[in-house]
Design a protein around this ligand. Structure first.
Ligand code: QAP
Ligand code: CO
Length: 177
């Protein structure tokens, strides 16, 4: 397995629309394993293939305390959304920034797993929010698209400055804008 480099906002490649996976073969399983390794190393709770510059409909997540419950969704389809809730979100492609986003409280999704088998998942809480966040990535959407333009522009300016200055300043997370 290997860790993959993660694209950072406002990289235009994060705006690509992901294509469905045609066949869950060895290359896709390898991608899933590399994405899980990349996510756990970050550390993070969710990662979409688009974030490692692979425009396919593949996401991995693990919202468990022990980091021992990996979940992979390939070609996910939303069957139902219910209720609303607000929660603070972050993103591995928007390092150092967290903002409140309004999402559905409960979600039902159908997808293929890492072995290509179809399954349906109905869930709520952090996992439901994380799934919605990751499905946004498949449509080229980021959590910063759900906040005010002013906040988004501040985040963009800060991350562009970090990227111009190299990784050094971006290690200083969460400082005032
Ligand atoms: C999406 O995000 C998510 O800024 C997954 O410096 C997050 O794993 C959905 C991370 C929260 C719902 C709620 C972010 C790591 C990880 C950072 C992540 C950072 C280091 C974000
Ligand atoms: Co994200």
């Amino acid at each position: 397995m290997s860790q993959l480099p993660i694209l950072t906002f406002p990289d235009p490649r994060l705006r690509q629309k992901a294509r469905p996976v045609q066949r869950v073969d060895a290359a896709i399983m390898r991608l899933v394993d590399d994405m899980l390794e990349t996510m756990y190393a970050a550390p993070g709770i969710g990662l979409a293939a688009i974030q490692v510059n692979v425009p396919l409909q593949v996401v991995v997540m693990d919202v468990s305390e022990q980091h021992d419950s990996p979940l992979c969704l390939i070609n996910p389809q939303v069957l139902a959304l219910e209720g609303t809730e607000q929660r603070e979100e972050g993103c591995l492609s928007v390092p150092g920034f967290y903002e409140k986003v309004t999402r559905a409280e409960r979600i039902t999704v159908q997808a293929l797993d890492r072995l290509g088998a179809a399954f349906t998942l109905e869930t709520d809480g952090l996992l439901a929010v994380c799934i919605q966040h990751e499905l946004d990535h498949l449509n080229g959407k980021l959590f910063v698209d759900h906040i005010s333009m002013l906040k988004r522009q501040r985040i963009r300016a800060k991350l562009e400055r970090d990227q111009r200055n190299g990784a050094a300043t971006s290690s200083k997370r969460g400082e005032a804008l």
